[in-house]
Design a protein around this ligand. Structure first.
Ligand code: ZN
Ligand code: ZN
Length: 396
């Protein structure tokens, strides 16, 4: 089959690789109909996530048609399913608590690589996201093997096109859980750093969950415009001092909740950020957390800090004094996608949530390298790239 493979920093290629096979009775094989490039794929593309190997198949946002099932899969051939990017067994201590991204069985000990040393414990397996998370082949491919197919995938009713439901795989539940992690109360103001896909869905979800005001922070005019269309007030950090603006907008107390939807590759010419860039490029530090620092400093006393942005290692100059002295609550983590899916699918079917506005680029799988470069280099216009294997284009 054809698949998008990683070969090094800014080097991804569409190669011919062996077809996936059923390895476990609970597996299913999907023929991919749609798959997307994620902001967190850019962290792989930019070489920030360790333990990648040349030839790894990327992609953790995908859906498709079931073409093969193991004897213990509950799926049926011909069903259309969306697959959570988090792989979870459904039976362990953590899955029992619906903390699916902490699943203890989907990231086998001999596949965890440096994760226990770097993070204290290995997280769940993830599709297409390095050998710390299981080394599973991803779904930017013609076919993919889905482990624990009796737990994760959600069956899509006939007549709903792919683009309406594809983002259930990651960014919609991630934005939703980020808003849930803000513990929004009536009258609350929520500030969101980063108007990429997760930030925008976080804004949408914050309003659905009852936020009175949402303030969006970015520097790309088009992304700020999308945030505005959802009802957010906006701050362009290149034109305005963010901390001062937030204080002015909130009567001097700061937002009730803050969301860092930026993650480890924060932009901006701030002194701490410049030092982080030097450290990251010289391997003295692993993350560039400017947005997170600013969010913590701006959050009101007793407020909540939600971090859906991805961090990979050690954060330098983390203002923990502010967290403690202001009594902030910090909530983060890879998304427990499986827990969110039934409710979010229902919201899409009832047209309470629409995610199709985000798609700026549609390409064939063969054009995936172009898609990565565009998503990285043209972040203002290019808000989301959806890829389709060629047969999908032919039959769409
Ligand atoms: Zn993603
Ligand atoms: Zn589990």
């Amino acid at each position: 089959m054809r698949a998008l493979t990683w070969h090094g920093k800014h080097d991804v290629r569409v190669d011919t690789v062996p077809d996936p096979e059923i390895l476990n009775p609970r597996d299913a094989i999907l023929k991919i109909t749609s798959t997307a490039i994620c902001g967190s794929d850019l962290h792989l593309y930019d070489g920030y996530i360790p333990t990648m190997k040349a030839g790894d198949i990327l992609g953790h946002e995908f859906m498709g048609e079931v073409v093969e099932t193991g004897p213990k899969s509950t799926l049926k051939k011909g069903q259309r399913v969306v697959v959570p990017f988090v792989i979870a067994c459904g039976e362990c201590y953590f899955c029992g608590k619906q903390q699916y991204s902490a699943c203890d069985n989907s990231n086998p000990a001999d596949n965890q690589d440096i994760a226990p040393n770097l993070w204290g414990a290995a997280p769940a397996g993830l599709f297409g996201y390095s050998h710390m998370t299981g080394g599973y082949p991803g779904g930017q491919a013609e076919y993919v093997r889905v482990p624990f197919s009796d737990v994760g995938p959600i069956v899509i009713p006939d007549g709903i096109e792919d683009e309406k439901v594809l983002f259930l795989s990651d960014i919609l539940p991630t934005g939703w859980m980020a808003a849930e992690n803000c513990d929004i109360e009536p009258g609350d103001t929520v500030a969101v750093w980063g108007c990429g896909p997760v930030g925008l869905f976080g804004i949408q979800s914050a309003f659905v969950l009852g936020a009175h005001r949402v303030i969006a922070i970015d520097h790309f005019p088009h992304r700020l415009e999308l945030a505005k269309q959802m009802g957010a007030e906006v701050i362009n950090f290149e034109q305005t001092d963010v901390y001062d603006a937030l204080m002015t907008m909130t009567g001097g107390i700061g937002p009730d909740a803050v969301m860092d939807a930026v993650g480890l590759e924060s932009h901006g010419l701030y002194l701490d950020n410049v030092v982080d860039q030097i450290k990251a490029s010289t391997f003295l530090g692993t993350d560039r957390p400017h947005a997170l620092r600013q969010a913590i400093m701006a959050c009101r006393k007793g407020g909540r800090v939600s971090v859906p942005g991805v961090y990979g290692g050690f954060v330098d100059k983390f203002p923990f004094g502010a967290v403690m002295e202001k009594g902030l609550t910090l909530k983060t983590g890879q998304t427990h996608v499986q827990r969110c899916l039934p409710g979010l699918l229902q919201a899409i079917l009832e047209e309470k949530l629409d995610t199709t506005f985000l798609i700026s680029d549609r390409m064939s799988l063969e054009e995936a390298p172009k898609g990565y470069a565009k998503f990285k280099n043209e972040q203002n216009e290019c808000t989301k790239v959806v890829l389709k294997p060629d047969w999908a284009k032919a039959t769409a």
